[in-house]
Design a protein around this ligand. Structure first.
Ligand SMILES: CC(C)(COP(=O)(O)OP(=O)(O)OC[C@H]1O[C@@H](n2cnc3c(N)ncnc32)[C@H](O)[C@@H]1OP(=O)(O)O)[C@@H](O)C(=O)NCCC(=O)NCCS
Length: 156
């Protein structure tokens, strides 16, 4: 497995990773009209693709949608067939290292639903600190509004 900066050519395969994840995990909760654009959210700074045997298997991005708040880790996703091998851990390590150096960002934040302990255990293991819980600003297809856990990690 190796990780490299995302290129536009990666997006076709990454949309397939996202499709499998949506079907299996309900992430994202609503399938986007334009999934490639969804992987490039407002304030997008940069992103990375994880590769295994020539296939894109994971993705993470950094975004700064709000000048007055810390940058965000976004769109962390690993193909269901490639989980439990440390790919998400390696993607996060890459994003954190780049944010602290190349992007000169002092801290990062992210949100994750209360319902995905597999994801937030990973963040806590990597030293992310739970700052607060708050209702999401979106609803699931069944109409319920999930609780989001907000995390922060200081980089320097
Ligand atoms: C959350 C997600 C990104 C994790 O991806 P992953 O690559 O499987 O994550 P990792 O392999 O780094 O860690 C997952 C588990 O495998 C374990 N693991 C990692 N490397 C391992 C190895 N070499 N051998 C055995 N276990 C290993 C980790 O300890 C972790 O265990 P835990 O679940 O008990 O905490 C993935 O499940 C996913 O895409 N979920 C759906 C989308 C989502 O929720 N994204 C987050 C939105 S905020």
């Amino acid at each position: 497995m190796h990780i490299r900066p995302r290129s536009d050519d990666d997006l076709r395969q990454l949309v397939e990773v996202l499709r499998r994840t949506h079907d299996q995990d309900g992430y994202p909760a609503h399938w986007p009209n334009d999934p490639a654009s969804w992987l490039t959210p407002p304030g997008h700074l940069t992103a990375w693709t994880a590769w295994s045997s020539g296939t894109a298997v994971g993705h993470v991005g950094l975004a700064a949608p709000d000048r007055d708040a810390a940058s965000l880790v976004t769109r962390l996703v690993v193909h269901p067939d490639h989980r439990g091998r440390g790919i998400a851990d390696a993607l996060l390590a890459t994003a954190e290292a780049a944010a602290g150096t190349a992007c000169a960002v002092p801290a990062l934040r992210l949100d994750v639903t209360e319902e995905t302990p597999g994801a937030w255990r990973l963040y806590e293991r990597r030293g992310w600190r739970l700052t607060h819980r708050a209702p999401a600003d979106w609803a699931k297809p069944d109409g319920t509004v999930p609780t989001m856990r907000w995390y922060e990690k200081r980089l320097w």
